[in-house]
Design a protein around this ligand. Structure first.
Ligand SMILES: [Zn+2]
Length: 232
């Protein structure tokens, strides 16, 4: 049986020969990256996964920011889930634990654990073979972390502009501006950047907190917000 670490050195299938990247913010427009061979349905699956991470048996949590880190370089055409993270601010009191940071921390932990048994250097290198899916565009802090990690692909759901439109406080700097501003950094820029993937589903999770918009499925408007149907 192959050791798990070997899974990271198998052939990369998508966008390896070009630095081209594509951002689309319309759910009706499929990703157009010429080197992106992964179907939109697969991308949407992982964004859906990121949507479920913060739910924890609650259909309408206040801060449903979630991230899934996936290996698309194995023989599994769907990709292998490596680790996940969700916003941990209110649980830990740590303001830096956005979904992306939490997921990167979780990946680093399991890479050094007996499961993968990587050295720190191998752990750092592993991120360059992985794809990060986050249900909302990364803030400048997380976008910087995405680039410092050197992810091969970066895929997100709703945009920062959409979050601002929903009423969320945001640092109004696009993630691409941060990610592609690196000079002399380790690793390469992402080979694929896709935005707006699964944004309809993600938008329902993020749209109700500050505006009287439709509640996510399984919730109803009550007591000034969206509450689970049938629960007190
Ligand atoms: Zn963030």
């Amino acid at each position: 049986m192959l050791a798990p670490i070997l899974l990271f050195i198998l052939t990369v299938k998508a966008c390896i020969h070009s630095p081209a990247h594509t951002v689309t913010t319309s759910s009706s427009t499929p990703p157009k990256c010429n080197n992106n061979t992964i179907p939109l349905s697969t991308r949407e699956h992982w964004i859906h996964k990121s949507n479920t991470l913060s739910l924890n048996n609650h259909p309408c949590p206040f801060a449903p920011f979630g991230t899934a880190i996936v290996n698309h370089t194995t023989s599994n055409p769907h990709g292998d889930l490596i680790c996940t993270g969700s916003n941990q601010n209110s649980l830990t009191g740590n303001p830096t634990l956005h979904g992306e940071i939490a997921a990167i921390n979780n990946c680093s932990s399991i890479f050094l654990s007996p499961r993968y048994n990587m050295t720190p250097a191998e752990s750092l290198a592993a991120f360059q073979h992985l794809s990060i899916y986050t249900n909302a565009e990364s803030c400048p802090m997380c976008a910087a972390a995405v680039r410092w990690a050197g992810f091969r692909e970066y895929v997100y759901g709703v945009s920062i502009e959409e979050l601002i439109g929903f009423g969320w406080g945001q640092l109004d700097i696009g993630s691409e501006e941060v990610i592609f501003s690196g000079v002399g950094m380790r690793g390469r820029d992402p080979e694929v950047v896709l935005g707006g993937v699964g944004r309809g589903e993600s938008g329902r999770l993020f749209g109700w907190q500050f505006r009287k918009r439709e509640c996510p499925g399984g919730c109803e408007r009550r007591e000034g917000g969206c509450r689970p149907v049938g629960r007190t």
